[in-house]
Each structure stands twice: as C-alpha cells, then as structure tokens.
Design a protein around this ligand. Structure first.
Ligand SMILES: NC(=O)c1ccc[n+]([C@@H]2O[C@H](COP(=O)([O-])OP(=O)(O)OC[C@H]3O[C@@H](n4cnc5c(N)ncnc54)[C@H](OP(=O)(O)O)[C@@H]3O)[C@@H](O)[C@H]2O)c1
Length: 363
C-alpha cells in the first residue's frame, strides 16, 4: 500500500478534480504490475496496474489507495476490469465518498467472491487526497494556509519588505504548491504591497489556475500585475458597482459582491464555481481570518535562516489572535524537509484526518 501511495502521488498536478490513485498487483509475494491515475480523463490506476500485470493478475492481490469505481464515468467501471482479470483479493485504503461509489465498488467485488480488505494506511491516503475528499465531504474547497517566515517568525520587515525571505529552492517548492491547488488567494494588503502575479510558472499542472483577491473596498488597481497572466481572476468585494468595479471588470476580473467578505462566504462561492482547493498565500490578516474561522486543513510554509526582528514586523497570522493557549488551533502530523538553506513544513489541522477517515469508513 505504501508503494501504491507513492505511485498515486505522481498524479499530484494533473488529476484535479479527480483523486490521486495508485495501484499495485501482487502475486506470490512479487509485484507483477503497478499503475496510477496520471491525469483527469485518463485510465484509472487499477486498469493501468492490471494491464501491466497481464496474465499474472490471475489469482493475484490488488492493492489500491481508493475504493475501485463501479460506474461508467469517463472510463468503464474498474470493478469489471478487476473481475475480468481474475484478481482474488482487493485491499483498499478507504472508501470513495463519491455518491456513485460509496461502498458499492467493494460490495460488488465481495458479491462476486473476491476477498476484500479495507483500511490499511487510510490516514495516509486521506492526507494525500484532501483536495478530493474535502469538497466531497464538506462541500467546500480544501484550504491550505501557506507563508514564508524568518526563523524569528516574521513574514516581512517592519517596513513591509518580504521579497525574498526564503531562498530559491524553497521558492520553487512554493510555486509548485500553486500547481497543486485550483486557486491561489491573497488579501488586498498583499496585492498592494507586493503586486504579485499569483500565476503558475512551473508548467506542472499544464494550465493556468484561478487567482483570487479579497478586496472589500475594491482598492486593487487595474494595472495590477496579476491581470497580465492567463487564467481567471476573481475579486470578492463588499463595494457597490461603480467606476472601480467597471475598470476591474474591464481588465477581465470577475467581481463578486458578497454581503460580508468572510472565509465561509468566499469558500461557498468558490465551491459553486467548481474550485476544489485553495492555497491561501497571505498576508497576515487573511491567514488569521481563515484560521479564526477554523476553515483550513493544511498549514505549510518555509522557515528561512535569517532574523528580521522588529516590533512592527508582521508574523504569519495577524488578527486578534486567541485569548488563551488552550484555545489555539493545533496542527498535527507535522513533516519537515530541507529545501536549500530553508526548512519547509507541512501539517494538518488537529482532528481533521480522524473525522475525514471516519467519513470514508476508516475510523
Ligand atoms: N512572507 C510571506 O509569506 C508573505 C505572504 C503574503 C504577504 N506578506 C506580506 O504581508 C503584508 C501584507 O499583509 P496584511 O496582513 O497587511 O494584508 P493581507 O492579509 O494581504 O490583506 C488584508 C486586507 O484584506 C482585506 N480583507 C478582505 N476580507 C478580509 C477578511 N475577511 N478579513 C481580513 N481582511 C480582509 C482588508 O482590507 P479591505 O478592508 O480594504 O478589504 C485587509 O486590510 C505585506 O507586507 C506582504 O509583503 C508576506
């Protein structure tokens, strides 16, 4: 299953809105075939792995990171391919919450006499596929909070300079996160201070993403650099229509008026537009708003080996903060890695994985 998860992760940039799925065919203790879902619309992992195994799949065990489908989507049902190949045992990390599957795939296999096991490495598989599972189970996009900070926890100098705190390797890592998410979101404070393009530059996802700015009063200038790149631009505002609105719409932005520009309302609108994952890149006020609302799953960032200091220099989260330590949202399953001279980290909001695991039958 660990191998199947590693294969699944190879589909990271190309499978949205589909899940990342990996599969391994094991026969007499030997791997005889493996595969993964490479891109949306392409063959499912099980089909790839079974094709690679050929006749060796007969009487074999199939390990797959997600319950096989039992319906005709863009491709025929995987259950049929599994039965036709003569597989005798299927081990799935967890169930697929898609209403067309939800246990039906495993039930079909059981009914046909295949031995079925569910649950191995379910939490790992859920963590890998948050981007697929959160929209399906919570009805809103996955939210990743991200920042780059100095070792003393500052995201800009007291004068507002933040480019660049992290080194080239960590910056490349941060750019790859954009290819992983359907949308990138910042506050108007960041848009005005840094004039970011918020675009995908690495070509990993094979197309542009959506850029989002939270701008209650429509202060974004039509000359902002984010209008120069490809892909949709969404501006959430509380302002009424007028010259500023028209100027921004004239630059191609979709200006969306909300009664209150708050995380829940923004995510609700993004979900209606088919956005399944959002990378919140700052700044401090916006990160704090999502954290305070409890609307995030992943927390990630880079810590760079420099000391910025300064009472007026911003930390990653602004807002009012929490009153008591016991009230602080906690992050668990933290992972660390080096990227050049920097450390990059990634964790998951406490309680998020167990709740999602329970929803996919893997408590
Ligand atoms: N190192 C890093 O990773 C990093 C990343 C990003 C930014 N930065 C730095 O952070 C600084 C900007 O951060 P910031 O905190 O001033 O700005 P910000 O968080 O980007 O934007 C804050 C503004 O967003 C608007 N807003 C819209 N909806 C909001 C909501 N629900 N809650 C709160 N604000 C909302 C508000 O302005 P309106 O009321 O006018 O709408 C608010 O003043 C810059 O110096 C930038 O360089 C660093």
């Amino acid at each position: 299953m660990r191998r199947a998860l590693a294969l699944a992760a190879r589909g990271r940039y190309r499978t949205s809105p589909n899940p990342m799925v990996g599969a391994v065919v094991l026969r007499d203790g030997r791997r005889v075939g493996e595969g993964y879902h490479r891109r949306v619309g392409g063959p499912h992992a099980e089909v790839e792995a079974l094709a690679a195994a050929g006749a060796a799949a007969r009487a074999a065990t199939l390990f797959v990171t997600l319950e096989p489908c039992d319906h005709h989507g863009r491709t025929p049902p995987c259950t049929e391919a599994i039965l036709a190949a003569g597989v005798v045992r299927v081990v799935a990390a967890h169930r697929d919450p898609d209403p067309r599957v939800r246990g039906a795939g495993l039930a079909r296999l059981r009914a046909a006499g295949v031995e079925v096991e569910e649950g191995p490495l379910a939490a790992e598989a859920v963590r890998l596929n948050l981007r697929y599972l959160v929209p399906k189970l919570l009805g809103r996009p996955l939210v990743t909070l991200k920042w780059a900070a100095s070792l003393d926890g500052k995201i800009a100098t007291a004068g507002g300079e933040s480019q660049w705190i992290s080194g080239p390797a960590a910056r490349r890592w941060a750019l790859a996160l954009r290819d992983e998410h359907d949308a990138v979101l910042v506050g108007i404070g960041t848009a005005l201070a840094d004039d970011p393009r918020l675009d995908r530059r690495l070509g990993l996802a094979g197309g542009p993403g959506t850029r989002v700015v939270l701008d209650r009063r429509l202060r974004l200038p039509p000359t902002a650099r984010l209008f120069d790149g490809p892909g949709p631009v969404l501006l959430y505002t509380e302002a009424a229509e007028g010259p500023a609105w028209e100027a921004l719409a004239g630059r191609g932005a979709a200006v969306v008026r909300l009664e209150r520009v708050e995380p829940a309302a923004v995510l609700g609108d993004l979900a209606r537009r088919g956005v399944g994952s959002v990378l919140v890149e700052g700044g401090g006020e916006i990160l704090a708003a999502f954290a305070a609302a409890g609307l995030f799953e992943r927390v990630t960032g880079a810590l760079a080996p420099l000391l910025i200091g300064g009472r007026a220099a911003l930390g990653p989260l602004g807002g009012n903060g929490i009153g008591r330590l016991a009230e602080a949202p906690r992050v668990e399953s933290l992972r660390w890695r080096r990227r050049g001279a920097d450390l990059v980290f990634e964790g998951v909001r406490e309680g998020c994985l167990p709740a999602l695991c329970a929803s996919v039958g893997a408590s």
